[in-house]
Design a protein around this ligand. Sequence first.
Ligand code: GLN
Ligand code: ZN
Length: 762
Amino acid sequence: MVTTHNLGFPRIGAKRELKFGLESYWKGQSSLSELKSLGAQLRQRHWINQANLDWVPVGDFAFYDQMLDMSFTLGNLPGRVRGFHGDSLDNYFRVARGRSAHGVDHAGCCGGGVAAGEMTKWFDTNYHYIVPEFSAGTEFQLDSSRLLEQLAEAKAQGVKAKPVIVGPVTYLALGKAKDESDRLALLPRLLPVYAQLLAELGAQGVEWVQVDEPLLVTELDADWQHAFNAAYHQLKSCGVKLLVATYFGPLQENMYLAANLPVAGLHVDAVNGREDVVPLLNMLPTHKVLSLGVINGRNIWKTDLNRLLDWLEPLRDRLGDRLWIAPSCSLLHVPVDLGSEKKLDAELKSWLAFALQKLHELEVLATALNMGRDWARDALAANQAAVDSRRVSPRVHDPAVQAAVAGLTLDLGRRHSVYEQRAATQAALLKLPAYPTTTIGSFPQTAEIRHARSEFRAGRLDQAGYKLAMQREIARSVKEQEALGLDVLVHGEAERNDMVEYFGEQLDGYAFSEFGWVQSYGSRCVKPPILFGDISRPKAMTVEWIRYAQSLTAKPMKGMLTGPVTILNWSFVRDDQPRSRSCFQLALAIREEVLDLERAGVRVIQIDEAALREGLPLRKSQWKTYLDWAVESFRITANGVRDETQIHTHMCYSEFNDIIESIAGMDADVITIETSRSDMELLDAFDHFKYPNEIGPGVYDIHSPNIPTQAHIEQLMRKAAERIPASRLWVNPDCGLKTRAWEEVIPALTNMVAAARALRAA
Ligand code: GLN
Ligand code: ZN
């Protein structure tokens, strides 16, 4: 018999109950015991949702983050929160969110408060975890209370529990040694704690423990490979069976290592690492369970079950009882229930599967594998009909768009002249001073803006009324910018709820869910738009707003667009064509917008690529392929303009060293980046590479409510000028200002403009 199981369930709740519970507790509007009982309710409900599986994950629920849970389980608390006398869940939130001296939460603060733990991306997902902190002196001490309590709850509910923990090697690898010490040196101290935990679980009657080691899908040097062997040799006789779970990609060169760890089972990603499976079969010792992650845990599409069965049936014949099936990874990365969606049209809905629907697919597969396809005839027929309808739907396939992508040439991505020549033409036309000042696009999203938008959405404000309200906001931000004396203005993005959704809503080939929320970090969720079909732009999307804004000022007004790579990386994308093809389609659609803006007389156009870096594959060996098509997509979008038109791009992160060549390859006339917190050191990458075009290193950390002083900005810019010739420097904030208030923005930008003027005068 084939065994079914799940690696993890979305904890946030189908209606984001956990988010609201957390936020209400943090605001002091509800009690800790209410929050804890909400957690228990959600776990209970989610176990009921998974009741048909042979093994159900326990311990995957986290109030904030599974890595932080693990740090608490291992007793690895940052020194600054030790000795806390309150409830340990409160202490957990102190690490997750920080606590300022005056009791207000805000990340990264210090001086009397508690600095929040650093947060970073979980592999190549949009989920962020709290980075474990290590030093040479780190000691571990088991606190199994959370896991044992949840296990007891599960047992009381009759759940076939399979506890889930983050494995020791991945745990160490994802942490940071604050004192630059070698974190692998901690392994001997860490393993006894794991052994003790596993023994305690065994004592509770646990049979299987899932140990997540997604590190195995990344490139490992010899020390880390060795750590895997060392770790699992030490854990092998701990009284429970271990299922080492890998996901997010193929094992490739780590396959032999993974196959031969002394554990009872191995889970592999058979969606993103399908090619591993057959060679793995020949390598895997015959006593081991092989769990195949066959349902995609990273997207929202229905699986083609018959086709999957064609592939699985011979594997079942070969593996027999040793075959387990599961989603490819934890379902944390997909929304909970398609059934909540009332506005999606029936056809589109029939193509989709969220977490609950994915678990149902797993059941159908198990029935077909264990009893024959006949026993699942109706479910398989319905699945087939949906999959077929998507495959041939004219809503998905637009021959004109496909022909345009097939006809792409390199010429399309090339400016007419080289940067020096364009720069001269643009300078003569724009007549900007040295150290020109600008902002990144958005101005504060005020209560009035949000109110007007929600009234419009609810139908209480008509199109004309909404337009007027937005124009009022645009006029306000133009007036403020003129008063501030900025050189290149923006319209302020009042009309945009979100930099991706705004464009998705106006493009053909995009759909939007109501409840398709996915946890990004803590209580924060995102609702990625669903890119389902060939992309086209029925009509101009931004031109009217920009034209209106330009009509209010003699200064240059930037056209403001989101780039194709960012739109792609922040969407659920198609699984029936390569990401690169969807990206090229987006590029062609946004290119038309760029050209329309140019025709409307807009002389500066900014194309944001905030998420370009996020799309980097897990393995460095695949970076080039990604960067090549990503950069080409940007070039197609941006570079069809005349020399006179100045192209800006913006990226809000601070790591460019390893991708600088590609960044330069985009050939934007101006790039604005996040630098204020890194003290301009990241400009070294641009300096060493001899980055040829203009750069606006952010001088105002918009994430902080602090107002930067003129002196500080001048100092940062002088540091910048040590690395980049002053003639190619711009002065601007790190990112958009939509999350700040006007009362913060005005003094900060006043100082910024004053700093630029002082630099010019010097
Ligand atoms: N133009 C966008 C804004 O200013 C850019 C946001 C971003 O880079 N994340 O809001
Ligand atoms: Zn930004």
